[in-house]
Each structure stands twice: as C-alpha cells, then as structure tokens.
Design a protein around this ligand. Structure first.
Ligand SMILES: [Zn+2]
Length: 99
C-alpha cells in the first residue's frame, strides 16, 4: 500500500477526491487509501497528478490488472454497501490466508 509521507499531499488528494473512493464513492474513512496511478516501482511520483483515492476493496480489485488511467473524483456515498460486503470478504480472505 502506498505510503504518502507528506501530510500536505495526503490532505490535498483527499480533498480533491471529496474524501471518497474514486471508483465506488465509498466515504468510509477507514477504507480509504491513497493509490499511485503509476506505481512507485515503475517510477511513479508522489505528485498529486499521480495519486488517486481508492478504498481497499477497489484497490485490491484494480491492482494486479492492466494499468488503469487516473480516475475522476466522484460524489461520496456515505452508506456504501459494497464496502460493507467487501470488507467482510476481505476479512474472510485475510483470515483464510492466515489459516
Ligand atoms: Zn471503492
């Protein structure tokens, strides 16, 4: 998962994306992660135009696939069922890996 050291950049990107996931709109703070559009491993920068906000569910679905373009900000969805469902699946997956 991306680690953004600069608090300033972190709050700027969250603000640009309305504090929600760019893919599903989930606004659960717990779920949100800053994603590098071009991965750091491939030379992607920590600049705003290479960052987007995704929830961990969308992040895990998008990553590992073909490189996706930077998503546009969208309106937050406060009661995100996808996240609630995804969170349970994610937890089950993590538990499964441990077991
Ligand atoms: Zn999402």
């Amino acid at each position: 998962m991306a680690k953004i050291r600069s608090h300033k950049i972190r709050s700027a990107i969250l603000k640009e994306y309305n504090h929600c996931c760019a893919a599903c709109g989930c606004a659960d703070r717990e779920a949100l992660a800053i994603d590098h559009v071009v991965p750091q491993a491939l030379g992607g920068s920590d600049e705003l135009d290479n960052l987007q906000v995704l929830c961990v569910v969308c992040n895990s679905q998008i990553k590992g696939k073909v490189q996706t373009p930077r998503l546009d900000p969208r309106q937050p969805i406060w009661d995100c069922r996808k996240w609630k469902k995804g969170r349970m699946e994610l937890r089950a997956m993590i538990n499964g890996m441990k077991g």
